[in-house]
Design a protein around this ligand. Structure first.
Ligand SMILES: Cc1cc2nc3c(=O)[nH]c(=O)nc-3n(C[C@H](O)[C@H](O)[C@H](O)COP(=O)(O)OP(=O)(O)OC[C@H]3O[C@@H](n4cnc5c(N)ncnc54)[C@H](O)[C@@H]3O)c2cc1C
Length: 390
């Protein structure tokens, strides 16, 4: 891409090589057993990847959304599961503490999160509140110098085995009365529930968090009481841009595998790449991938330059994720089709890629919710009338 800086190209090379050497040899087995490459986080810490967007003055690497998206793309081209866990750690937890935390909170929590000693995650979704995140029921009740937190979170990436969580809870009677707390999994009353068995992203642990009378010091509240909605939505935008990088990495790997296979596999005495129907799948995949790549990095660059704010920024992030996620699933399916029977087996990584790709159509806002976000920006009140059934 023409606008990448030398620093970003270097980062791209570093993550590409890290993914090939550290993640590549392990992912097939970890996908099979639903394991987790926890060790890779220590190496990511050494490479400065865990605090990628945290300011240098706070001990981070001080890079931007374009860089974080590049890191996701390179990691996901080899191992999308670890890329997803990396996203939950670095963007949903570490970045948020870096952007919104106090000096004391940053000093207390960032060093171990950025070295990889601690694994981070973010708790927004609940059993009864997925797309309708503001419908969450977890409550934080103010005491003298602490909050008593009760409730549960579900679908939490890095929930099983995680140490530090950036958790949203209700602190008032209204739907938008949300506050944020940094919670440590060793706090009394904090337990983790079951780890989910999943179709894809099997080497990224997902599970439940349970809070029973967890006493959290008031010093762990991030930002003002009842004022977290705006910061939560803003981080969702960054999540949608960077997670699109995961879709791009998955698709790129599928296109490479399918192209190579089309050159080598012969049927009817010809490489299958000579057949126009195979060419159609390959060329459509390559063109859609490039279009999504342009859209995603445009969204990331726009974010970095602060060219769009509020709803406009949300719409840009939603467009990038809506297209990239659908593209990666379709490209995964096309790669399987091109590889025929081999594509349907675990001999080649494309079936894992397709299973992994599907998650991105659900997590960080489903396709349907992203269309709602885009429609609201395009149609204003008319869209709200439609979506609320008025
Ligand atoms: C592997 C994985 C990892 C995750 N990691 C995290 C994490 O780290 N932290 C976290 O907080 N959450 C996480 N999530 C949760 C994720 O963000 C939610 O799954 C997602 O927001 C959808 O919520 P839901 O699953 O409850 O589906 P629901 O909201 O129940 O939706 C069900 C269906 O209804 C549709 N729907 C809902 N509302 C509308 C509407 N208004 N218009 C049209 N259609 C609608 C949806 O699009 C979907 O098709 C993760 C999920 C998964 C699967």
């Amino acid at each position: 891409m023409w606008f990448l800086t030398d620093e970003q190209r270097m980062l791209q090379e570093t993550v590409r090589s890290f993914a090939r050497t550290e993640l590549g040899p392990k992912i097939e087995h970890l996908d099979e057993i639903e394991g987790f490459n926890r060790e890779s986080f220590y190496k990511m810490g050494q490479l400065g990847l865990l605090g990628i967007t945290v300011k240098e003055e706070d001990g981070g690497t001080g890079l931007d959304a374009v860089s974080a998206t590049l890191a996701m793309e390179e990691m996901a081209a080899v191992d999308a599961s670890t890329a997803l866990s990396y996203l939950a750690h670095s963007i949903l937890c570490v970045n948020q503490i870096g952007v919104n935390g106090t000096k004391a909170q940053k000093e207390k929590y960032l060093p171990k999160l950025m070295s990889g000693e601690h694994l981070g995650g973010m708790g927004m979704s609940e059993p009864g509140a997925g797309s309708d995140a503001l419908g969450m029921q977890t409550r934080a009740e103010k005491k003298a110098d602490s909050y008593l937190i009760n409730g549960s979170k579900t679908w939490i990436t890095n929930g099983p085995g995680g140490d530090i969580f950036y958790v949203y809870a209700k602190t008032g009677p209204n739907k938008r009365d949300l506050s944020t707390f940094i919670m440590d999994s060793t706090m009394p009353g904090f337990t983790t529930g079951k780890k989910f068995k999943k179709m894809g992203m099997r080497a990224s642990p997902t599970g439940e968090l349970w809070f029973t009378d967890v006493s959290v010091p008031a010093a762990n509240r991030v930002g003002e009481e009842n004022q977290s909605v705006r910061a939560m939505m803003k981080n969702l935008d960054l999540e949608r841009i960077t997670i699109s990088g995961i879709s791009l990495g998955i698709a790129r790997a599928c296109i490479e595998t399918a192209t190579q296979y089309s050159k080598e596999r012969k049927q009817f005495d010809k490489p299958i790449g000579a057949f126009q129907q195979i060419q159609e799948r390959l060329t459509e995949a390559a063109a859609w991938y490039e279009a999504c790549r342009a859209l995603t990095y445009q969204a990331a660059k726009t974010w970095d330059l602060g060219l769009m704010v509020g709803k406009e920024a949300s719409m840009m992030a939603a467009k990038a994720k809506l297209q990239s996620a659908q593209m990666a699933t379709q490209v995964g399916l096309d790669a399987i089709q091109i590889l025929g029977g081999y594509g349907y087996t675990r001999e080649f990584p494309v079936e894992r890629a397709m299973r992994d790709a599907k998650l991105i159509e659900i997590g960080a806002g489903t396709n349907e919710i992203l269309r709602v976000v885009i429609a609201r920006q395009m149609l204003g009140e008319v869209a709200d009338a439609l979506t609320s059934g008025k």
